[in-house]
Design a protein around this ligand. Structure first.
Ligand SMILES: [Zn+2]
Length: 128
């Protein structure tokens, strides 16, 4: 009986250690998950800060020589995106509403999203 009690208590001890280890692993996993969630939010904060700063530089409220290369790279990419968007819109026979940014039929006189009156002037012919 003594032997059996000893085996049982040893087994119980082993289970306690194992479950403590499992508990630790779960806690660590939770911490890692929390870190990843916070890091993701941090990245968004940095992005917002970057956009805020970019707008300041673009509007001339701020000048920063050290950021000039990045600002140029951003401008270049925005230009490429706009060119591609214009290509898509001309393929789809759509144009962008200047008021709300919705894609509207290039024959519509009013935006079907915000109702703004659309004017067609040759002045804003930027592509080609
Ligand atoms: Zn609109």
């Amino acid at each position: 009986m003594d032997f059996l009690d000893d085996v049982v208590s040893k087994a119980k001890e082993a289970i306690d250690i194992a479950s403590k280890k499992t508990g630790d692993a779960v806690a660590v996993q939770k911490q890692k998950f929390d870190i990843a969630a916070i890091e993701s939010k941090l990245a968004k904060d940095f992005q917002s800060l970057g956009e805020l700063y970019y707008k300041k530089i673009k509007s001339g409220k701020e000048t920063d020589e050290s950021a000039a290369a990045i600002v140029n790279a951003i401008n270049e990419k925005i230009g490429k995106i706009n060119t591609l968007k214009n290509e898509i819109n001309s393929i789809k026979h759509k144009r962008i509403c200047p008021e709300c940014g919705a894609a509207v039929d290039d024959t519509s006189n009013y935006c079907n999203s915000c109702g703004a009156k659309l004017t067609y002037e040759n002045a804003e012919n930027t592509d080609e």
